[in-house]
Design a protein around this ligand. Structure first.
Ligand code: BMA
Length: 307
């Protein structure tokens, strides 16, 4: 097992039978925050037909979560246009706290057009009001920095394979029009991230830089293999990647990570830094379960080499 992270002994923190959805087949890739001492998580939840719903769940200790009875509603001023690019299929939500507001970035999917990033805002974690589709299709895994830089919001996102599977960065004055897109981290620094690399958690501020827990994908004869890594971005200039983990901080090892709907997947989607310097990393396991691993922030930083 990884020397850097320790899996929560009560994993999974949420499993399909915990969810209020009838015939639930999977619950995973949950975006989580800690707000006023409470943990709030948004979860990709699937029924028997693999139709996706996003449920919220709350916890007082970060280990035991209680799901809300109803899924989130996604609304927009122009519902017709909105539905064209979502088909009621929203997944892998991240909660980005920016200027005190809760922005939800998620993958908006339609069978016909593919996947693009959806951005919404919520106050109650029951209704998400559409803000924008920041990029065209073939983009997902977006996270937003908690602070603005020179008046700009800044987003990390991952282009699909047609865009190379690299991690991109772009910025916006108003959260609606995004530009200045650049590749900020290339896939393929080693075999472990040869296929794709993308943001997992929204950035966490540390003394050494903005920490982002990432996913990295390689492939084998048995298919794709998803691990978790870490990156540090310059505190003043997020377009500058300053350090990258030498390899995976966590790879599929536990039975709930190596067996499931998609075997051999750990997919981090949030990281919460506690006052004692421990990081809670929430992640999807095998596209089936929501899990938790903990690590000392210093151990992760020490495993990051400057680039
Ligand atoms: C990625 C996304 C995730 C999923 C992962 C592993 O490309 O689709 O939602 O968890 O693959 O299957």
């Amino acid at each position: 097992m990884s020397p850097i992270v320790t899996r929560y002994s009560g994993n999974p923190v949420l499993k399909p039978s915990d969810m209020p959805l009838e015939e639930c087949s999977a619950v995973y890739n949950g975006g989580a925050i800690k707000h006023n001492g409470e943990y709030i998580m948004l979860l990709r939840t699937e029924d028997a037909a693999k139709k996706i719903f996003v449920y919220s769940a709350r916890s007082r200790d970060g280990y035991h979560f209680t799901p809300e009875p109803e899924p989130l509603k996604f609304i927009a001023d122009d519902m017709e246009k909105y539905k064209k690019y979502t088909d009621n299929s929203f997944y892998d939500p991240r909660i980005n706290i920016v200027e005190g507001k809760f922005y939800i970035s998620y993958a908006a999917y339609t069978f016909k057009y593919g996947c693009r990033i959806g951005l919404g805002v919520t106050e109650d974690f029951k209704t998400v009001k559409h803000v924008s589709f920041p990029h065209h299709v073939q983009n997902r895994n977006a996270v937003i920095f908690p602070e603005k830089f020179d008046g700009y919001y800044v987003m990390l996102h991952r282009a699909e394979n047609t865009g190379g599977g690299h991690m991109w960065i772009s910025r916006s004055k108003d959260l609606e029009f995004w530009g200045d897109a650049e590749i900020v981290a290339d896939k393929g620094s080693g075999r472990w991230d040869a296929i794709k690399i993308g943001a997992g958690s929204p950035p966490v501020k540390t003394a050494k830089g903005w920490l982002v827990i990432t996913h990295a994908v390689t492939s084998s004869c048995a298919g794709h293999y998803y691990t978790a890594g870490a990156m540090l971005f310059d505190l003043k200039n997020p377009y500058k990647l300053i350090a990258h983990s030498r390899g995976a901080i966590m790879r599929p090892e536990a039975s709930y990570e190596t067996n499931g709907f998609v075997p051999n997947v750990v997919f981090p989607t949030s990281a919460i830094l506690e006052d004692d310097g421990m990081l809670k990393i929430y992640y999807g396991a095998a596209d089936n379960y929501e899990c938790l691993a903990e690590a000392k922030l210093d151990d992760i930083l020490n495993f990051c080499d400057r680039v």
